[in-house]
Write a protein that binds this ligand. Sequence first.
Ligand SMILES: [Ca+2]
Length: 167
Amino acid sequence: MYYLLCLVCALVYLTIPTATGRIVNLSGGTYATQSSVYGNKVAEKAVDGRKSGNMNDGSCTHTENQAVNWWKVDLGKHFKIKYVRLYNRQDCCKERLNGANIRVGNNTYGWLTNPQCGGVVTIADINNSNVISRQCTPEIIGRYVSVSLSHEYLSLCEVEVWGDDGN
Ligand SMILES: [Ca+2]
């Protein structure tokens, strides 16, 4: 009888699915940096939880226009990233985000080399919505998430990084 119970227990145990973490926004309040700062529009404004697309509301980033312009967030440790959402500027110049590239990986300076999460941002994306989503297919394990753009000002009003928090 004892052995039979143990066998039942073992079968039940083996059929329980492997636990996975919650899918949450990992970027809120994390440490962000960018290639340069235009005005006082620093990188942290894209992870301050405020999503207004109006630059005058003070919750959007802005770089200078250099050859390569980038924004990067450090999640503190690596996570399995599923998708990334960019909240674009809406008061002006939203087309500047055309060609932006999202990358996820473990290389701190990987805004040109870490694996790409989805395709580059297109004009169609920009015209379709003020929030541009890119799915990482397959999911990418990484600590750093970057957005890069060549020869154009880079402005981001919020960046959400959705992934498995392991809890
Ligand atoms: Ca913001």
